[in-house]
Write a new protein. Structure first.
Length: 251
């Protein structure tokens, strides 16, 4: 059991947290332990008192039924962990969290305006796939039993949604690609090729909350480094008592 716990906590923390929340929420809904009513989002729910702000998060937590619970959880963890571990765009943890906030916000707004969808995990999944595979051009990826170029994976997922879930699911997936490409354009394409600034920089309050310089991702998990002004000496006595004085001879 301890080995399982160690393995679990050695995984990337953001991807691990999202995947765990998705799996537990979906299992709870499909086994009847939780009501689905508390998860969908519609803008009218923000006009009530109190406003249902939590639905902006819970609407990203429900997978497809049956085997979709396992497959969707696996894919969302896989692509988020690839970005969190090895994507040069997210060298700091707050950059990755800002990506999720921005992409999720775009997905919600676009779907509220155009598609009317109220659950958005599949859009976020395809957005994560699109972003993760942008740095894998020239590499091969496995889509179930088929090997395809890595950059085609989001389009393969879109095609699968169209075939197995219908037109509405296909449109939902398209909003994910739109959100991910918009983030890529505003943070990388326009600054590099248009000579402009990053139009959606990571807000400073995220850096203040997360304190990234004190958190280090390693191959075995996340390590904590004390602040730079820490003396490194332990004990219950205050520093002034532990400092050396001039000394006095007794007797």
């Amino acid at each position: 059991m301890s080995d399982v716990t160690t393995l679990y906590f050695s995984t990337p923390p953001v991807a691990r947290t999202v995947a765990t929340a998705v799996f537990l929420a979906s299992v709870g809904v499909y086994t009847g332990m939780l009501s689905l009513y508390g998860f969908p989002f519609h803008y009218s729910m923000l006009l009530k008192f109190p406003p249902a702000i939590h639905r902006l998060v819970t609407s990203f937590l429900i997978t497809s039924k049956d085997l979709g619970v396992l497959f969707d959880t696996y894919f969302i963890y896989s692509y988020l962990s690839q970005m969190e571990r090895g994507n040069s765009k997210f060298s700091k943890k707050e950059d990755f969290i800002w990506y999720l906030i921005f992409v999720g916000g775009v997905i919600v707004v676009v779907n509220q305006i155009f598609t009317g969808a109220v659950l958005y995990l599949h859009a976020l999944l395809i957005a994560a796939c699109y972003t993760a595979t942008q740095d894998q051009r020239g590499m091969q990826a496995h889509f179930y039993v088929v090997t395809v170029p890595a950059q085609l994976m989001p389009w393969c997922m879109l095609l699968a949604q169209l075939l197995f879930a219908g037109w509405s699911s296909f449109l939902l997936g398209l909003t994910g690609i739109f959100a991910a490409h918009l983030h890529d354009f505003l943070t990388r394409i326009y600054p590099q090729f248009g000579g402009g600034p990053n139009l959606i920089p990571t807000p400073g309050f995220l850096s203040w909350i997360i304190r990234t310089p004190r958190i280090t991702n390693t191959g075995f998990g996340t390590s904590y480094a004390p602040p730079a002004n820490s003396s490194g000496r332990g004990g219950v006595l205050p520093d002034s008592w532990r400092s050396k004085g001039p000394g006095r001879r007794l007797g």
